[in-house]
Design a protein around this ligand. Sequence first.
Ligand SMILES: C[S@@+](CC[C@H](N)C(=O)[O-])C[C@H]1O[C@@H](n2cnc3c(N)ncnc32)[C@H](O)[C@@H]1O
Length: 293
Amino acid sequence: MRARRSSRTAEFMALFRALESVRRPASARLFDDPFAPAFLGPSLRAVVAVSRLPVVGRIVPLYIDRRWPGARSSGIARTRLIDDLLGEALRDGVEQVVILGAGFDCRAYRIAGVERCRVFEVDHPATQAVKTARLGRLLGGLPAHVVFVPLDFGQQAIDRALNASGFDRSARAFYIWEGVTNYLTEAAVDATLRYFATAVSGSRLLFTYVHRGLLDGSAAFEGTEELVATLRRADEPWTFGIDPATLPAFLAARGLALAADMGAADYRARYLGRAMSGYEFYRAAVAEVPGRT
Ligand SMILES: C[S@@+](CC[C@H](N)C(=O)[O-])C[C@H]1O[C@@H](n2cnc3c(N)ncnc32)[C@H](O)[C@@H]1O
């Protein structure tokens, strides 16, 4: 991403969440994110406004799904999946939540019970500056339970940044790293996973990754031309992926255990239950810090 401009792909995720939050009937929505529209520029805000119109509004998701097959449906299903996993972690008594590459993720403000935790939002300074300015206006100040940690994964050490921000390394935490590894270098992903491996046993990390075959051409996926062109225009090309077959060994080499690994088709079927295609290369995995003996 560009050093001085907030992430455009974070804005696209906010668009998908905003659209889902106004979808009718309300009972069919996977989640409600009332904050998402605040992070959209005028043109994407207009897209959400059109989607609210009776009849004609239905064209908006259809158009998006046709142009970027699977991006929206996997984005909203993934949002719900991670909401559910965070809810489980909160019920399990976790006291800290770390959201890596938080973008315009507003779980820290919309998930019931999260305010009892300390939430650390780590993100690139350019994106985080936009988020804190808009949130501050929206909420009349920044909530006391959230700590904002500006960090470039490619330039700075996450352990130092989190320690300096008051993160308690002796307490369990739930980490979310959604939609980020694909923008980083292998070295930055490696350093972050190795840092996570030093967390207290019982800590969990939900992270997403893309199938490496999409990047090196060793696997074929349908409908990716427009996606690649959009990422190029946004100046946020995908740079890192993992072959799912090698994920258990990839994590084990960094001292971690794989607890779950789902493709977009899996989490989309779980929450949308309809046959939808596209984005099968976009995966969500859970890594755990094994017990130390
Ligand atoms: C696709 S957005 C995902 C945002 C959010 N996690 C979500 O799912 O809505 C990618 C995020 O990665 C962050 N990012 C990309 N490269 C980064 C870097 N080198 N250091 C820190 N953050 C980075 C961007 O600022 C942006 O917030």
